[in-house]
Design a protein around this ligand. Structure first.
Ligand code: MN3
Length: 253
């Protein structure tokens, strides 16, 4: 009886004591330093709601013959470009960014999935590319302002074209060659892999595109097979300088 009573008293003392010790330990253990861990900053889109649209090709499939053949144009536009557009819509569906602009995606591209990156790039790059070409003899010539900028940077139009061709033929695998205006207002030639572009924050060389050339094999293989250099050289016959001039003017304002 005495022992039982003693045991009971011990329990009465021990149990609260153990709880007290546990609480004390919990209170003195430092809280995890969550504030010191950099949390990913989720970009918030505050711009106007954008409705993404697959624009019509600005000319017929055979308009750039003989430099770019009709079959290549049809497959490139109606299958490849259309697929990038469709897959872009699928990739952003349910993301909360359905109405964000392409500019916003490119500014924050490291935050987004590979599917969004590749397809936003493919959607934008091709839309721009079509606008930068025109039937031979209709694309005009560099404006005085653009010609001056090209001469200042590259010495001559011919030198510029040689350097651009080198970027286009030198891009290993699939990608794009670009003429861009960098933040300081000067012209630069660059190239990107896959469907990346110089508007993406991930690019070492960034700027606003003035001219773009698709050097994926799907852009030339039916007509040129492995001769990418011939495709690149012939591209100059169908450059829409009027559009390049317009894009350059826009960067000056
Ligand atoms: Mn392409």
């Amino acid at each position: 009886m005495f022992n039982n009573k003693k045991q009971l008293t011990m329990k009465k003392i021990l149990i609260p004591l153990v709880i007290l010790v546990l609480v004390a330990v919990a209170c003195t253990t430092p809280a995890p330093k969550t504030q010191e861990i950099a949390e990913p900053s989720v970009p918030i889109y505050t711009g106007e709601a954008v409705v993404h649209e697959f624009a019509a090709l600005p000319y017929s499939y055979d308009a750039l013959e003989p430099y770019i053949d009709a079959q290549t144009m049809e497959i490139h536009y109606s299958r490849h470009h259309q697929a990038y557009f469709n897959n872009f819509l699928k990739a952003i569906e349910g993301s909360g960014y359905e109405q964000a602009s392409l500019e916003f995606f490119f500014d924050n591209i490291s935050y987004f999935s590979a599917a969004i990156r590749n397809n936003a790039g493919g959607y934008f790059n091709h839309s721009l590319f079509w606008s930068l070409m025109a039937p031979a003899g209709t694309g005009g010539a560099p404006s005085d302002a653009l010609a001056q900028a090209i001469n200042a940077k590259f010495g001559s139009l011919e030198n510029f074209q040689t350097e651009f061709n080198a970027a286009a033929t030198g891009r290993f695998g699939s990608g794009w060659a670009w003429l861009i205006v960098t933040e300081d207002g000067s012209l630069t030639i660059t190239s990107t892999a896959n469907q990346d572009n110089p508007l993406m924050e991930t690019e070492a060389v960034q700027g606003k595109p003035l001219l773009a050339l698709d050097v994926w094999e799907h852009a030339y293989y039916l007509k040129y097979q492995n001769k990418r250099a011939d495709y690149v050289a012939n591209f100059w016959n169908v450059v829409n300088w009027n559009k390049v001039n317009e894009l350059y003017e826009a960067t000056l304002n």
